[in-house]
Design a protein around this ligand. Sequence first.
Ligand SMILES: [Zn+2]
Length: 53
Amino acid sequence: MYAMECVVCGESSGSSEDFADGQSWVFRHCGRNPSHHTFREIITRPWRTWRHA
Ligand SMILES: [Zn+2]
């Protein structure tokens, strides 16, 4: 899962399985807030254990 977060205002794109969704959110966010140029990428990897010792 990918999400993008604006470092300036803390707004986030919300997580999506498609990285392109986060990217298009960044472009929209920059368009609305021309002074917000710094973003953080948040990657959530689903991780499951299947062996219980
Ligand atoms: Zn922002």
